[in-house]
Design a protein around this ligand. Structure first.
Ligand code: BGC
Length: 733
């Protein structure tokens, strides 16, 4: 009793003291220091302490690179960006680094500094594994923190509308649910550290060709049901501190000065509380402040520091209200409080081996076995002579280029300049991560002679192939930010190389390292095809483990592989060959029917459908139950019917909505099953996936009626089907 009384007394004293301290703090303007207050309240209180000049100082900053700068600002960590802090109030500087695939080191600005390189975003999407997205995010967050950064410019979630888009490799495929869930998890992982993540590039930065002058044209409903839905889902799940607007225009207004997108959709309809930062060199006017942009990034790339002196003058003149200026800085401070940036913590100690293991897991689960028509895989243990050809497989695994390029642990041993001038030249190089598939195959097949030919001369490669038990042929498609692929063919004569080698030896496997789908005119001549994307710093080992069966493949296509280029709406890339500064339209006539949705709507047959991927075991699905009501709840059982343990990614699609035929992924799960094991999968669909967007009423609308469900191993194969009644309802936008 007495003890309880004394505890209560101590607690009461403590609470009183805390109240007194809080009271005293509030009185002297220090109330924002109280960690018990919400980030909104702390930001409001702290913002009230700022002078207008201090507010302006938070709203713009340079790229932290020696580009059009005499020297880096004091305190900056060399990298993507820097916004000075306000020491008087203990406001830390924002130290920004790219990006989703690992912490970058652009232009080698931090000499010798390397980081764990994850496989490409498409490889992550191909894992269909939300936990891996979280693990990868948490990992790069820790590394960014250890290097002194507190903002990660990650979260790329633009849908792969055009297979030629040079940045598809950074993103998460063509489906809004898959991309939204994985981006959200990756951001949640990043922000499990005291660090802010962005989500980008808002919105419809669907191609790189003349990206500064591309006007993305789309209807409102179609936009909401596709790219915007991916952003919306990812923002809800990941709560990123900042949204990065894009280079392009959307429906004739630049995305960073797009009142409808920023004020209307993001901050209005979605109630987003963080801040909007510009992409680097994407600001064209001061009045973007009125359109919803909160911060100008990479300011030396713009014509002017619009959010510096010109913004100050606009506030003095009253054209930008002082309240809006406060809103801008308050939003930044809010995200800083929410992420814990004010509470200094010791930088984490990096466990490089554990981080490499995460990169390996993503590569393992992201590799897609597209075809194994001759049953050549996994390689027979008796194999004695293996010919490895092409793809610089002796040097490393290819990576995509641009701002996301990571200098991986161990360095990037092979870097091949591609040609090009100016600032971009630093990017225009094929870099390989130090994980050569050739060495990994030799280690995995100690009893075999594994020979290599670089593939420059198809006849020489064919001569080596002729004599081998099995041929592993690597084919690369290098992709980069700032550039699109001209078409969907493998570049550099690799199709002819594959034809020549396949003619010499039918026991061949093609391993593709690409930034997205490519055409395969040789498909019926090869023994199997593996999509390895860009495999990150453990990519070579992951490829060898898949080929030799140490890893049972479980990747699934996050993008459709078409049978021909004319299965896409735009035969040539809009804007290709146009001079700079000449605006042009990119008309997204497919609307919300991106990728497989359009194939389903028009009955086209792809080469390999979205969701496809083989395993060395087999899975069966049964016992489907579909429940209706407010939305669909679907459950069924998955059984491993083969002889090997393996992971499956069963997919649940909406196949019809109140009489309308369609195809939309409404759920997926990654499960690991031993032979004979069975597991129940249950998915409750996000109701927006059942709805259409009602532009006039600015809300989602679900028509009442029967909703058809298809469960299967890809968008094109239905194993189980069922239906249930869903009631008519509307949902907020
Ligand atoms: C890219 C962004 C990147 C930024 C900073 C821009 O060119 O579009 O994705 O975060 O540069 O490096």
């Amino acid at each position: 009793m007495n003890i309880h009384r004394s505890i209560r007394a101590v607690l009461a004293t403590g609470l009183c003291l805390a109240a007194l301290t809080a009271g005293a703090r509030a009185a002297d303007g220090q109330g924002w220091r109280d960690p018990a207050l919400s980030p909104d309240e702390r930001a409001r209180l702290l913002d009230a302490q700022l002078t207008p000049d201090e507010r302006i100082a938070l709203l713009h900053g340079p790229m932290a690179l020696p580009f059009k700068l005499d020297k880096l600002p004091d305190g900056a960590v060399g990298g993507a960006g820097y916004i000075p802090g306000i020491p008087r109030l203990g406001i830390p500087a924002l130290k920004e680094t790219d990006a989703s695939l690992g912490v970058t080191n652009p232009m080698g600005i931090r000499p010798g500094d390397t980081a764990t390189a994850l496989p490409s975003g498409l490889a992550l999407a191909a894992t269909f594994n939300a936990k891996l997205a979280h693990d990868g995010g948490a990992m790069i967050g820790r590394e960014a923190l250890a290097k002194g950064f507190n903002v990660l410019l990650a979260g790329g979630v633009n849908l792969a509308r055009d297979p030629r888009n040079g940045r598809n490799f950074e993103y998460l495929g063509e489906d809004p649910w898959l991309a939204g869930v994985l981006a959200g998890e990756s951001i949640r992982g990043i922000q499990s550290n005291p660090i802010i993540s962005t989500i980008k590039h808002f919105s419809l930065n669907g191609q790189e060709t003349n990206r500064h002058w591309a006007n993305s044209v789309i209807g409102e409903a179609a936009h909401r049901e596709s790219d915007l839905l991916a952003f919306q889902i990812a923002i809800e799940k990941g709560q990123p501190g900042s949204v990065m607007c894009a280079y392009n225009l959307v429906n004739s207004a630049y995305s960073c000065g797009n009142d409808h997108l920023l004020n209307g959709v993001l901050k209005g309809d979605w109630g987003y509380k963080g801040w909007v930062m510009s992409d680097w060199g994407a600001v064209h006017a001061t009045d973007y402040a009125l359109k919803g942009l909160d911060q100008q990034s990479g300011e030396q790339l713009d014509d002017q520091v619009w959010f510096g002196e010109p913004l100050k003058q606009a506030v003095t003149a009253g054209t930008v209200p002082a309240a809006r200026l406060s809103d801008m800085s308050r939003r930044i401070l809010r995200s800083m409080f929410a992420a814990g940036l004010f509470e200094a913590k010791a930088p984490p100690v990096i466990d490089a081996a554990a981080h490499a293991a995460i990169a390996k897991s993503v590569a393992d689960e992201g590799i897609v076995l597209l075809s194994n028509s001759k049953g050549l895989l996994p390689l027979a243990p008796s194999v004695k002579k293996v010919a490895v050809i092409g793809g610089h497989a002796d040097s490393g695994v290819l990576s995509g280029a641009g701002s996301s390029q990571v200098t991986s642990v161990g360095g990037n041993p092979t870097v091949i300049p591609v040609g090009g001038e100016g600032f971009m030249a630093a990017w225009l190089r094929q870099a390989f991560h130090n994980s050569p598939p050739l060495a990994a195959l030799r280690a995995a097949l100690p009893g075999a002679v594994v020979s290599f030919n670089d593939g420059r001369y198809p006849a020489a490669a064919a001569a080596l192939a002729k004599d081998a038990d099995i041929v592993i042929l690597f084919a690369n498609q290098w992709m980069s930010e700032g550039l699109d692929a001209y078409d969907m063919n493998l570049p550099g004569g690799q199709d002819a190389l594959i034809e020549a080698v396949a003619a010499a030896n039918p026991n061949n496997i093609v391993v593709l390292q690409t930034g997205g789908p490519v055409l395969m005119p040789w498909l019926d001549k090869v023994g199997g095809v593996v999509a390895a994307w860009y495999g990150g710093q453990k990519g070579g080992e992951a490829i060898a483990d898949i080929l030799t069966g140490k890893t049972n493949p479980s990747g699934r296509l996050p993008v459709t592989f078409p049978a021909s280029a004319d299965q896409y709406p735009r035969p040539t890339l809009p804007g290709w060959g146009l001079p700079e500064k000449q605006q042009f339209d990119v008309v997204y006539e497919e609307g919300a029917d991106v990728g497989y949705r359009r194939f389903a709507a028009s009955g086209m047959k792809p080469l390999f459908p979205f969701g496809h991927g083989l395993s060395y075991t087999t899975f069966a699905y049964d016992k489907l139950r579909v429940k209706g009501g407010d939305t669909l709840t679907v459950s069924f059982e998955v059984t491993n019917t083969g002889k090997l343990q393996g992971k499956d990614a069963p997919q649940i699609y909406l196949a019809g909505a109140a009489g309308k035929k369609l195809r939309r992924l409404i759920g997926f799960e990654k499960i690991d099953l031993k032979p004979g094991e069975r597991r129940t999968v249950t998915v409750k669909a996000d109701p927006r996936l059942l709805a259409s967007f009602d532009e006039a009423e600015r809300q989602w609308r679900i028509e009442g009626g029967d909703y058809d469900v298809a469960v299967g191993p890809s968008a094109a194969t239905t194993v189980l089907s069922g239906k249930a009644r869903v009631g008519q309802r509307t949902l907020k936008p």
